[in-house]
Design a protein around this ligand. Sequence first.
Ligand SMILES: [Zn+2]
Ligand SMILES: [Zn+2]
Length: 263
Amino acid sequence: MHCHLNFKAFSNDYDEVIKRAADAGVTTIINVGTKIDSSQKAVELAQKYDNLYAIVGVHPHHADKVELGSDWLSQIERLAKQPKVVAIGEIGLDNYRYQSNGITDPKAQQELFEAQIMLAHKLKLPLQIHNRHAGKQILEILTHHKNELLNPPGMFHCFAGNIDILQSALRMGFYIGFDGNITYPGLAPGEDTSLPNLVKATPLDRIVIETDSPYLTPTPHRGSRNEPQYAILVGKAIAQIKAVKLNQVDNQTTENVRTLFNL
Ligand SMILES: [Zn+2]
Ligand SMILES: [Zn+2]
């Protein structure tokens, strides 16, 4: 289950947050890096707690080479070789115009993405893909690298897009992560397919439950900091959308995570 307890939002109380998640029945927590320092922190947390794992990588937001430093790839490689690192991520492309930083240089994003696909290939780790308004382009790059992908190749985290992109990702063998935003009404800016419709179109044996905490807090806690314990609300929403029992969602998505990340 994808979250960022390695981020500043949790620097004062991650111990309690991890305990609350365990009390709520969340068995496995995967902290995901978005640059060098948060990847390092994710690795440290995985070493400290039995049920925590780490994913390391550089997010397309941080594709600025000057900020990253010239040895970023060897630093990620060093971290990726640590115990309990289960994938390379968040990697991908982001074409959304954020108020704070606009769009990061598309060429730098693509270079970073491809370098990390090659690293994952070298280390035999699956990918965790971040996609925002770049699904078609990401699929093109993945197709170009199809001989360097594992089976299963990885997952799209916090999925959004349309049915075509979803079906192509499924055909390539990817798992699909859904987060608390599936409980939000209406469409996100720039999207044309509702998240519940995408959930409906994804077979349960390919779904992974995520939180993306501290972000994307599910209803009714929307507006406050998201915690891994709320993963259960994402599971409930999926059960409702698919009209199946919650424990079926629970069991299947837990098995999916084990298969995907080799736990
Ligand atoms: Zn992301
Ligand atoms: Zn995330």
